[in-house]
Structure formats: C-alpha cells, structure tokens
Design a protein around this ligand. Structure first.
Ligand code: GLA
Length: 755
C-alpha cells in the first residue's frame, strides 16, 4: 500500500511486514525517514523526524535562508554541487560545462499495478498485485525533469525502485552517473554481506563489518559476473539465518554494475546500486529520456532466510516469464560432461536410451553439434549442423528423443563468433572491438555487437529457424566470455561510452522477441556457469546454470550462497560423475543427488557405462525427486547451518501448508569419534504431529549396504524446540542397522510428513 498525507507531505510505502517512509522538506528535497519493520500509517511521525537542527561547523549550507545542510540529511536522491559530499546518485553535465543541479519536488502520482519498462528487464504488476508511485522532481534552472519511481509488492515485502531522466532543457545533457536508487540509513552498525566468486566458485558469502569509508562492489566485465553478484545485504551483527534484521538489495540487470556502501564521518550509511559508472557517459538530447534498471529492496526481521524468501517469492511469482511461474521443471540429462565434443549420432542415441530407462524427462544436446565444433576454437556463429557427427541432423536427434517420449533441448551460444566462420568473414564489423586494433579473445571467441539491430535481426531469424525445425522444448543459452575492447563500429564516436549499456538493451530486445515467439520453450541461461546469474536474465529465462562446478561438496557453498537471492526453481543443479572434473574430488552418488535435488535436477555424466547399482540408485533418486518435485523447486527454503562456518551443512524446504518438509544434512570431512549431532527444524505447525524418516539410500555405490532406518513420530512443537537427533555416526567400532555411516562428504535427506 502507498499512502500520502497532504498536510505533512509524508509518503508511506507499506508491505505485509515492512514500512518505507519519506517526506518532502520545505526546500523541496526528499528526506528518508525510516525503512524497516512495519509501523502504522499516520499523518506524522514525531519520532522519525529527527534532523540536525543546526549545520555542523565548517559545512556548506543549502541557502542563505536557513542552516539546512544536505550533507547530514538522509536523502532519496543524492545530488552533486549543493553541499552533499557523499557519492551522488546522479551526476550530469550540461553543454556549457555546468554540473550543479538541484532537483526539487513538483508533484507525484499513485496508481494501481505497474507497467513493464519498455527496453529493460523488469517486473510487471497487475492492479491486484501492487501499486506504483512516481515522484516528479525538477531542476528549475535547466528544466530537466527526474522521475523517482517506486512500486510495491505487498505480499512479498518488496519495493522496486528506478529513476527516469527527461531532458526538457534546450541543450544536450551528458549523464555521467545514474544509479537506480539511493537509500540513506541513519545508522551504520551493520555487517555487509555480498556474494563474491570466480568461475567454478560462484556466489560465496562475503561478510564483514562496515567501517567508515566507501566500499564498491562491481563488475566492469560487461556481464553481471561471478565476481560480485548485483546484490548486497546489510544486517545487524546479531542477525542469524532465522532471526534479526536484514536488508536486501538487488539489481534487475545483466551488464556491468556498481553497488556502493558509504559510511560517512557522521555515521550515516548511503547505499546505491545501478549501472557501472566507470566508462559510462550517455548523451541525452533535448526531448530524450533515460531509464535506469530497476532495483529490488526488501527487509525482514526474520533473518537472512526471511530476506531470501522475499526475493524468492518476487522471482517466482512476479519476475520470471508468466508461463513458467510455479510450473514444474523437467529432470534433464545433459551430455556435456559425458562426452564433451566427442560424440556422434549413435552415442547420443545410447545416452537418450539410458536417460529414458532411468526416468529422465528431457535430453539436452550441449555444445559441439554444429560445423567445425570439435573443440572450443572454431565454429561459433554459423549455426549449421555437423552432418558428419549427426547423420540425421539435429532434427533427426530431436525426432528420436521425442519418439522416446522425452523432451528435447539444445545448447546455443548466440552472442559469440569464432574467427574463420562464414559469419565472421562476411561481417567482421559485427564484432565488438576497434577495427584498427587486435581484439583480445576470451575462450578463443569474440562478441557480436548487439547494439546493432542488424545483428539482432540475424540472430532472431537464425535461432528461430533452428528452434522451429528441431521443435525444441528447452534451450541452454550460453555466453562464455567477458567483454574487452569495448567499441562498436555501429555507434557514433560520442556514443561509444554508451556501448556497455546499449549491449544489454540489445540483448534484452533479442531475448524479448524470442521469448515472445517461443513462450513454452524452457530457456536456461548460462555464462560459463554462473557468470550472469542475475534478475535481468531471469526476467526472460526462468532458470540459470548455477555453476560449471558440479562437484557436490563445492556446490554446498555455491548453492547455499546463491539461495541468498535466488530460489531453488532457478538453480540448475546436476549430478555428475564420481570424480569431479573441476576439483578432482570423489563424492558419493547419493550426495551428488542430495545436493542437486535442492534445485532443478539434472544428470550430467556417462549414463551408458553405469554399474547396475548406480543405475538402481539413479532410478530411485529420479522417482523420489518426481514425487517431491514441487517441494524441491517451489517450497519455502531455509538455510539452517552454513558450510562456510561448519563441518556440517543443513537446509530445509517446506511446503507453504506445512504438511511436508525435506531436510538435507551434509558432512564435509569425517571426524574421529564425532559428537552427537543435532539438526534444527523450522516453521512446522506446532500442534500437528509429524512422521519423520530418513530417505533410504545406499551408503555408497560400491557396496550393497543401505543407510540406517530412522523413523520417528513427533509433534511439531517437539521438533521445533528440540530439533532432530539422528542416530550416532560410525565411531570407529561396531556397525549395525542403526549406525549412520556418513564418511567424507556423506549426506542424508529426512522427509517430514504431517500425519
Ligand atoms: C560452458 C557451459 C558448460 C558447457 C560448455 C560448452 O562452459 O557453462 O556447461 O555448456 O560451455 O562449451
């Protein structure tokens, strides 16, 4: 709900559990009053009104009329040139060199629902789902207008923010920095949590206490990148997974971005998020407008899990394409780690046959199906089938897969080209890079210039033909390099610094067209694994390949960290071979499943040469997953014990009716004489009685030994208050039917069902 009080000029954006309050000051600036746990709607808030009554010594005051000082005022917009010395939200330059602007309140409008942004990935809300507020600010001298946009999703405790600048002046403007939002908190006693990483080590939790100064978490790679996900969280030091205050911020954007957290000498904290300002300059001619990406803000008093669940609900119900909302995703088999580039028609058929026998529902043919693609040095760009490898072409494989009753999926990497292809020879000017300089390669490939509409049209046609002919049910959309040599032969010289953002706009244009043409195709975004796992891509593609690292133990951390923002339904998670190709670790097949089950399950290993035991195990896993699929993909997810801090990791999914939950327990290394374990359970119904049983699994794939049979009946409050006490682990001597043999990297799933 969005409420405005005329007399006090106070705006109150209220969600189910949160309040965001700000007001227009006499000067016309907008001051932030409060963001946090919900408080009642009132006309005025004396307690929130606290301001500096006189300007601190040595400060620049706003005008001769009073002691009002922007530098010590929490603001909804930080502007440059009038005495606010914090990082500005917006930095502009006029033709005559002026950089001082003063945007003041003019009017506002509140309406039901929210429209999609025309060129950017964004959220759309029906009139029932939410409300929007647009505040018009104006710089009187230049006539330039700025719209601060807010939308609210009540049920998910989400506020969406962005800004739009309209050049109503008479001369051109240069935008040098334009963030999506500004939030000034009066306090700074927070921990900052971000998700940092690298290839095959994505989204690890990075937590430290804020200190005075400015921290920037960003990407200059042209993609959102695995370095710093466009997300950050501020939490009190006492906040845990399940308790305490946590603020979450994330950007709906897939390109270079910038988040900054600045603690001022006065102890205020300024948070901003937006398009990367380095190497960015946008020319805005009179009459033109510029819209920033949307940012998502959320708050929870129920710890990091509360914050994550708000994001999860927003993504599942309001962000991903409508057709896929809460729609169950198939279990897939992907041939990449099974064959790499080395396959032919018969090998693929054999993999499909095995996949079918195991109960798998979708077969995905990965990289290597097109001409000259026997390694990663050639072939990208022409998209012509290699008939030497696939004698009946893609259509033949697709037909075979469909005949077996499976769905068919295909890998593509449309944004790229290799030198040596017909496309490159015909259009060398289509690659990103300066024509007189040698362009640096990444994975031996070059990026196609999506700022050029001709490239977008070419790709749309090429891809649509392939998708239609092969009757694809699924597409893995890959993107395997970061940007270098930023230059477009298509853009005018004065627009070259618009390139990085224009590329993202071009990408969204292409994706928008394809998703509209193929609404029922399941698109999975990928970028060397999770190098572009962001809310922008999710607005077009409901799931993302979480990481090229399929090692189950590495995935403890990757999936745990990823879940800070992204729900299980968006995380592609595959069971791969016994010895990890990424870290050379051997892990039990059951653990590989127990981890991958908390996501969109797939199998990516040699399904032809499995032992009988492995075959049996996979069949049971597939059956178990199918039975509990909606829980695994859409249940409320809670992290309970962190692999970043413990030898054990615990997490839980629970259906919203609290009838069924699955709890995962994962061990890193086996300890000698281990302590008695205890696993917390959360959010069950206190008065209900539950049956709790361990999923019967093999102890390992070498022996026929089965896991301990653990089955108990307990009331909800008992479990909530005392947790689960599983049987003791192997203690060095004695093994019977009740010994919990976990070993290195062992794991268990516990099924909790209401009776
Ligand atoms: C990337 C992807 C992998 C695989 C290969 C194919 O690395 O992340 O999953 O598709 O490309 O070249």
């Amino acid at each position: 709900m969005i409420k405005y009080h005329e007399t006090t000029q106070i705006f109150h954006i209220q969600t189910k559990n949160t309040s965001y309050i700000f007001k227009v000051l006499e000067t016309g600036h907008i001051t932030q009053l409060y963001y946090g746990e919900k408080i009642g709607i009132k006309e005025n808030y004396d307690a929130l009104n606290q301001q500096y009554v006189s300007a601190p010594g040595n400060s620049t005051v706003y005008s001769t009329k009073s002691d009002f000082c922007l530098n010590v005022t929490p603001l909804e917009l930080g502007i440059y040139g009038k005495g606010d010395y914090r990082e500005p939200t917006l930095h502009l330059q006029e033709d005559d060199g002026n950089r001082t602007f003063d945007f003041l309140y003019v009017s506002h409008e509140i309406h039901e629902g929210k429209e999609k942004l025309s060129e950017l990935a964004s959220v759309e809300l029906s009139e029932e789902d939410g409300q929007s507020l647009t505040i018009l600010l104006k710089d009187e001298v230049s006539g330039v207008k700025l719209y601060l946009k807010y939308s609210v999703i009540d049920a998910a405790n989400i506020i969406i923010r962005s800004m739009e600048l309209v050049n109503n002046g008479s001369g051109p403007l240069k935008i040098q920095r334009m963030m999506s939002f500004n939030w000034d908190d009066r306090y700074s006693d927070y921990d900052l949590i971000s998700l940092e990483g690298q290839w095959i080590r994505e989204r690890h939790i990075n937590k430290y206490a804020l200190k005075k100064g400015r921290i920037v978490l960003d990407s200059k790679k042209g993609v959102s990148s695995s370095d710093y996900n466009p997300f950050l969280c501020l939490a009190k030091k006492t906040t845990t997974e399940c308790t305490g205050k946590a603020y979450g911020f994330a950007l709906i954007y897939s390109g270079s971005h910038e988040s900054s957290v600045e603690v001022t000498p006065y102890g205020f904290t300024r948070i901003q998020m937006g398009i990367q300002s380095f190497d960015f300059e946008w020319l805005l001619k009179p009459g033109d407008f510029f819209q920033t990406p949307e940012a998502v803000l959320t708050f929870s008093a129920k710890g990091f899990n509360g914050m994550s669940q708000n994001f999860h609900q927003m993504i599942n119900d309001y962000l991903i394409p409508k057709y896929w909302r809460r729609r169950e995703r198939p279990i897939l088999a992907n041939n990449w780690e099974a064959t790499y580039f080395d396959f032919d028609h018969n090998k693929i058929k054999a993999l499909v046959d095995s996949a079918k026998e195991l109960g798998i529902e979708l077969f995905v043919l990965d990289d290597g199906w097109f001409m000259n693609r026997n390694n990663d040095r050639h072939g990208l760009g022409d998209w012509i089938v290699d008939y030497d490898k696939l004698e009946n072409g893609i259509d033949g494989i697709a037909h075979y897969v469909h005949q077996q009753g499976l769905q068919f999926g295909l890998w593509v990497e449309p944004e790229m080209v290799n030198k040596g292809t017909a496309l490159y020879r015909k259009h060398p000017e289509w690659i990103v890079g300066h024509p007189r300089r040698e362009v640096s390669p990444g994975r031996n490939q070059y990026i196609l210039d999506l700022t050029n509409d001709a490239v977008i049209d070419y790709l749309e046609e090429k891809l649509s033909n392939i998708f239609e002919h092969a009757k694809v049910d699924y597409i893995k959309w890959d993107m395997n390099r970061n940007f270098s040599d930023l230059y477009s032969s298509w853009l005018e010289p004065e627009r070259q610094q618009e390139f990085a953002h224009r590329y993202v706009l071009g990408l969204y244009k292409l994706l928008g067209r394809l998703v509209k043409r193929f609404p029922k195709v399941l698109f999975e975004s990928c970028s060397s694994g999770g190098n572009r796992f962001d809310l922008g891509m999710l607005a077009y593609m409901p799931q993302t390949w979480t990481s090229d690292n399929t090692d189950a133990v590495a995935r403890y951390k990757i999936q745990y960290g990823t879940s800070y923002v992204f729900p299980l339904s968006t995380m592609g998670a595959h069971v791969s071979g016994r010895k990890s190709h990424q870290v050379l670790r051997k892990t039990p097949l059951e653990t590989r499943f127990n981890v991958a089950a908390f996501g969109v399950l797939g199998y990516e290993l040699d399904l032809i040469n499995l032992s009988n035991t492995e075959r049996e195990m996979i069949k049971e896993q597939v059956e178990f997953y199918k039975k509990h699929r909606s829980l695994f993909q859409f249940g409320d997810f809670n992290r309970l014990q962190s692999p970043f801090e413990n030898n054990h990791m615990h997490w839980q999914v629970l259906d919203p009716d609290k009838r069924e939950a699955i709890l995962g327990e994962y061990q890193q290394l086996q300890e000698a004489s281990p302590v008695l374990d205890h696993i917390d359970v959360v959010n069950l119904e206190e008065e209900a009685s539950y049956h709790l049983a361990c999923r019967k699994q093999h102890v390992d794939e070498e022996t026929r030994m089965m896991s301990e049979s653990f089955s108990i009946h307990a009331s909800g409050d008992e479990l909530l208050k005392a947790g689960i006490r599983p049987f003791t682990q192997f203690m060095g001597v004695g093994v019977d039917a009740y010994t919990r043999i976990l070993g290195d990297f062992g794991s268990r799933l516990y099924l909790i069902e209401k009776e």
